[in-house]
Design a protein around this ligand. Sequence first.
Ligand SMILES: [Zn+2]
Length: 252
Amino acid sequence: MIMKKQLLASALALIVSGACNTAGATTGKPVDWSYTAPIGAENWGGLSSEYEGCTSGQAQSPIDIRDAVETEIAPLAFTFQAGPAAILNNGHTIQVSSSAAGGITLPSGKYAFVQMHFHTPSEEKIMGRTYPLNAHLVYRNTAGELAVVALLFEEGTHNPTLEPILAAMPDNAGGMETLKTLNIANLLPSNRRYYSYAGSLTTPPCTEGVRWHVLSSVLQLSTTQLQAFKALYPMNARPVQPLNGRSIQVGG
Ligand SMILES: [Zn+2]
């Protein structure tokens, strides 16, 4: 059991420290996947034995958020520090990583910020509605467990915090640029009410045990900014997955 837990922790560490496509690390060769046939989301579970959870898992992400239960859940306690950031095109999305960028304290303990990345359209739906973009802020605790904060975006006013990230996005998979300073705190809305549920990674190997927090306040970016991201990744969202009896809390 301890062995299994360690393996899980190291697999998760690999996924979040580098590109999403390091899942095949135990065999030395990552198994490729994408968002379109024949290696799109509907076939992920069959691409590799390590990806079986994408098909067999019963607590998968993303989900359509509905019937959330109003609950006295603790406010999300973020800490952020401005610092240098790496902007990586990992072949599946644009990923922003920054060491010592801060963390989040949840009832389950402290988690350090690892990376942030984007999906278009949004992976999360709220009451059946899809948004044009979402950001996932990925956090990890010392046991290797993950927590994600999801931010939804709609088209509207120019987003100044996203601008340096979008301006630095490398065109080619594997490309990386650096920003001298970035403060992700500037991205967050003042109202941090959120939906909470238990889910998984939304990319292979779709590992479960991820604590999800989806902010209900929707942020904005301009049409030009959205088009800049879509020029690189027109569609990089996994479809919503069955809830299978899981409960969704809302509060904070
Ligand atoms: Zn994501």
